[in-house]
Design a protein around this ligand. Structure first.
Ligand code: KG4
Ligand code: ZN
Length: 344
């Protein structure tokens, strides 16, 4: 069975994993950079790139040792080639190119979003194409029709902030620390989700796009009013995000009810309240709901190795001059969302 070495370094996690084409995770090594970025309240690209350089090679060696394998036993090398912070992406991709060149094994340049999009199929062999995917991470908030490896139709995107970005900014506003998503979820557990009626941007609009920038400003105003407990602010914010995600996903499901499942992936998919709400939505459509285990939701290298396995099976390799890309849409034909700001 082919073994794929996966490398991930597009944001603030450095990771290396060995995964087989029949879904065995032989090894997974991950180093976070939370301590380095915490004093700045967010990810600092230059600090991230330097940290990736320091730890990536030891992580690869650690993964090989854990699996009891030599580098030459690996059948292909899959590295994230974008989108993401360009310095970090270059560290992982150049490392992948060097290993591919040295071993003569194929290089597979993986789109990080494809890693998230296919991650549920690593965890669940029964998940078949096509499925409707809500991809919610720190940099993206999209609804995608996943028709096959390399075949994506983007149905919707955010016109301003990503969902994870909204969690991170809200955490900062509420003094809950970094990284924000898990901190907001923890605080929300102690609060009343109906305490404050925050806006639900774009809810009810015909196209299933997203918007979260106004919500963040509303949290700021409510905080400054000084009358609400932090837990109530967190719970009410999280409820507003959930209502937006569910409403927008419902629009997409209504238009594409022939899918095999509703799937959520990306870092924000680690949120229990969001998973529960989407699971209930899927049930109301008589569809299975699928979400990867929590460790596969946030950035990791197993999902990159798995996307590599799917591409290897399809014969999709890359030349050693494949570029690192800060931006790299999964569906290059998707039109920009009407009203969108700088982000595609
Ligand atoms: O997929 P990911 O690890 O990195 C990107 O590709 O962006 O996603 C990170 C994002 C961050 O914004 C983080 O705050 C959010 O996922 N996140 C969560 C939770 N865990 C991580 N958001 C809400 N609830 C969580 N439990
Ligand atoms: Zn990610």
């Amino acid at each position: 069975m082919p073994v794929i070495l996966g490398l991930e370094s597009s944001c603030d996690e450095t990771a290396a994993a060995l995964v087989t084409s029949d879904r065995q995770i032989l090894a997974h090594k991950l180093a976070g950079q939370e301590a380095e970025h915490r004093p700045f309240g967010g990810v600092v690209p230059e600090i991230a790139a330097r940290a990736h350089i320091e730890v990536l090679t030891p992580l690869v060696e650690g993964a090989l040792a854990e699996a009891g394998m030599a580098l030459f036993d690996v059948d292909a090398i899959a590295a994230t080639a974008g989108p993401g912070l360009i310095g970090g992406v270059m560290v992982g991709l150049v490392t992948g190119k060097a290993l591919a060149f040295a071993t003569g094994k194929p290089l597979i340049a993986v789109n990080h979003l494809e890693g998230h999009a296919l991650s549920p199929r690593l965890a669940d062999p029964n998940l078949k194409f096509p499925y409707l995917l809500l991809l919610v991470s720190g940099g993206h908030c999209q609804l995608l029709l996943v028709q096959g490896g390399g075949r994506y139709r983007r149905l919707a995107t955010t016109i301003d902030d990503a969902a994870g970005e909204a969690f991170d900014k809200t955490a900062k506003l509420l003094g809950l620390g970094f990284p924000g998503g898990p901190a907001v979820e923890r605080a929300a557990r102690e609060g009343d989700p109906s305490a404050i009626r925050f806006p639900r941007p774009l809810v009810g609009s015909a196209e299933p796009h997203f918007s979260f920038a106004g919500l963040k400003s509303a949290v700021l105003r409510a905080r400054d009013a000084g009358t609400h407990a932090t837990a109530d602010l967190a719970a009410s914010f999280q409820q507003a995000v959930i209502d937006c995600l569910v409403d927008r996903t419902r629009i997409a499901l209504t238009a594409h009810s022939d899918v095999t499942a509703l799937v959520v992936a990306g870092g924000v998919a680690a949120n229990g309240a969001i998973r529960n709400a989407l699971s209930a939505l899927a049930e109301s459509y008589g569809l299975p709901f699928n979400a990867p285990p929590l460790w596969l939701c946030t950035d990791n290298a197993a999902m990159i190795a798995w996307a590599g396995a799917e591409r290897l099976a399809a014969g999709l390799f890359d030349d050693l001059d494949v570029p690192a890309r800060a931006r790299w849409p999964l569906d290059p034909d998707a039109a920009p969302a009407r009203g969108a700001g700088v982000k595609a």
